[in-house]
Design a protein around this ligand. Structure first.
Ligand code: ASP
Ligand code: MG
Length: 410
C-alpha cells in the first residue's frame, strides 16, 4: 500500500467523459489499497477563457480579482470528479486550495506556497476518502485567494507530496513522458525513461511545458520522486522518472538530453542609453519590482558614449514590461525603446555537456548551415540557449535533433 499524489492536467478533465476516465483510473488504485491525494487542473482552455474575459474589461486587470476569477476553473473540476467518484461508490471529498489550507504569500497571480496544513487531509485519508484538491491555488494568511502562476497545479501536487511524504508524485498529462523534444515538431522525438532533476529543471525553465518549473524545483528540494505519465492511455507504462542519479558514461549520442523551444519569449531593447554605471540596475530593478522575471540580458559595447540594452521577458509580461521600460528609458534620456514578440528561445540541454566540449559551436554551425540567424546567446554548465526569429523555430528544432542524434536510443 502506498500514498500517491496524482495530478491530472486540463486535457485529462476536459469533459465528463474524460473525468469518468480519470475516476476509473483512481478506482483501480483505490482497489489496490493505495491512499490517494488527487490534484486537478481546470478543464483545458478554461484558464485562458477566464483570462480573456478579464482582458476584455481591462488590459491590466486587478491582480487580486484575477485570482478570485482564475481559481474558479479548478473548483469546477474537483467538485465534478468528486461527484463522479462518489457515484461509482468511491468515497471522495473535494477541496479548494483555501479549504484544505495551502497557505501562500500574497503575490497575486504568482504566489508561492509557504506551508500546507495537514489535519483535514490526514483525517480524510484515515477515514478512507480519496482527497481531491484544486490545483494552482492557495490562500494567504489573511484569507485572500491566490494562484500559483500558469501550470501551477504541478506545484500543488509536489507540495502535497512533499508535505505528506508520498511514495510518488505522479503527473498524468496528455503526453506519455518527457521527450527529447516536442513530438509535434519532430516526429523522431524519443521518450526518455529517466531524466535528471537538473536537466528537467533546465527544460522546464526553457519552455518545455511538461512540468511547471517550480514543481521541479520543489521536488528537487524535498526529494519527491516525480513521474510523468499519460492520462489518456489505458496502460500508461512507466512514463518518465525524474531521478537524482546521473548515468556515468556518455556515448556520442548522449551529450544532449533534450531540446526545448520557448515561443513565449519576447524581447525589449533600449537604444541609445547614456553609458554610465547603474543603467542595467535601473532598468531591471523597475521591471523586477513588478514581479516580472527577466531572462536573457545583453548589453552592447558602447560606442559614442551610449549603449543598447536588450533583455527578454515572458510573453504574458510583455505589455507591462514594455510600459515600465519606456518610463525608465525616458527618465534616463535613452533614445528609443523597441519591442519584439516574433522571437523564440531554443535551447539544448544535457548533463553530458560537462564532459564534452564543443556543443555550442556544433549548435551554431548547424543553425548557420540553415541560414538561421542568432540574436542572443546564453550558456550554463548544462545548456546552451539562443534567441532566433520564431518563424525558424521548428526548423531549428529539427536541425538540432538531427545534429545531436537524439532519435537514437541509448
Ligand atoms: N489551470 C491553470 C493553467 O492553465 C493551472 C494548471 O493547469 O496547472 O495554467
Ligand atoms: Mg501543465
Amino acid at each position: 500500500m502506498s500514498l500517491l499524489v496524482q495530478k491530472f492536467g486540463g486535457s485529462s478533465v476536459a469533459n465528463l467523459d474524460r473525468i469518468r476516465n480519470v475516476a476509473n483510473k483512481i478506482k483501480k488504485f483505490k482497489m489496490q489499497g493505495d491512499d490517494l491525494i488527487i490534484v486537478l487542473s481546470a478543464m483545458s482552455g478554461e484558464t485562458d477563457r477566464l483570462l480573456n474575459l478579464a482582458k476584455d474589461i481591462d488590459q491590466f486587470p486587478n491582480q487580486r480579482e484575477m485570482d478570485v476569477l482564475l481559481s474558479t476553473g479548478e473548483q469546477v473540476t474537483v467538485a465534478l470528479l468528486s461527484m463522479m467518484l462518489n457515484s461509482m461508490g468511491i468515497k471522495a471529498k473535494s477541496y479548494t486550495g483555501a479549504q484544505v489550507g495551502i497557505i501562500t504569500n500574497d503575490v497575486h497571480t504568482k504566489a508561492k506556497i509557504e506551508r500546507v496544513q495537514e489535519d483535514k487531509v490526514r483525517k480524510d485519508l484515515e477515514d478512507g476518502y480519496v482527497v481531491v484538491v484544486a490545483g494552482f491555488q492557495g490562500v494567504t494568511a489573511g484569507g485572500e485567494i491566490t494562484t500559483l502562476g500558469r501550470g501551477g497545479s504541478d506545484t500543488t501536487a509536489v507540495a502535497l507530496a512533499a508535505q505528506f511524504k508520498a511514495d510518488e508524485c505522479q503527473i498524468y498529462t496528455d503526453v506519455d513522458g518527457v521527450y527529447t523534444t516536442d513530438p509535434r515538431i519532430e516526429k523522431k522525438a524519443r521518450k526518455l525513461d529517466t531524466i535528471t532533476f537538473e536537466e528537467m529543471l533546465e527544460l522546464a525553465s526553457l519552455g518545455s511545458k511538461v512540468l511547471q518549473i517550480r514543481s521541479v524545483e520543489l521536488a528537487g528540494k524535498y526529494n519527491v520522486p516525480l513521474r510523468v505519465l499519460s492520462s489518456l492511455m489505458d496502460e500508461p507504462g512507466e512514463g518518465t522518472l525524474i531521478t537524482f542519479e546521473e548515468k556515468e558514461h556518455y556515448v556520442e549520442s548522449e551529450i544532449i538530453t533534450g531540446i526545448a523551444l520557448n515561443r513565449d519569449e519576447t524581447q525589449i531593447t533600449v537604444l541609445g542609453v547614456p553609458d554610465r554605471p547603474g543603467i542595467a540596475f535601473n532598468i531591471l530593478d523597475a521591471v523586477g519590482k513588478e514581479n516580472i522575471d527577466v531572462d536573457m540580458i545583453v548589453q552592447n559595447i558602447s560606442q559614442d558614449e551610449t549603449t543598447d540594452f536588450t533583455f527578454t521577458v515572458n510573453a504574458p509580461d510583455y505589455d507591462r514590461a514594455l510600459l515600465i521600460t519606456q518610463n525608465v528609458a525616458n527618465d534616463m534620456g535613452a533614445k528609443e525603446v523597441l519591442g519584439r514578440t516574433d522571437i523564440a528561445k531554443l535551447s539544448v540541454v544535457g548533463v553530458g555537456m560537462r564532459t564534452n566540449s564543443g556543443v555550442a559551436s556544433r549548435m551554431f554551425h548547424a543553425l548557420a548551415k540553415e541560414k538561421i540567424n542568432i540574436h542572443m546567446i546564453s550558456t550554463s554548465e548544462i545548456k546552451v540557449s539562443v534567441i532566433i526569429e520564431s518563424k525558424y523555430a521548428e526548423l531549428a528544432v529539427r536541425v538540432l535533433h538531427e545534429e545531436f542524434s537524439l532519435h537514437l536510443s541509448h
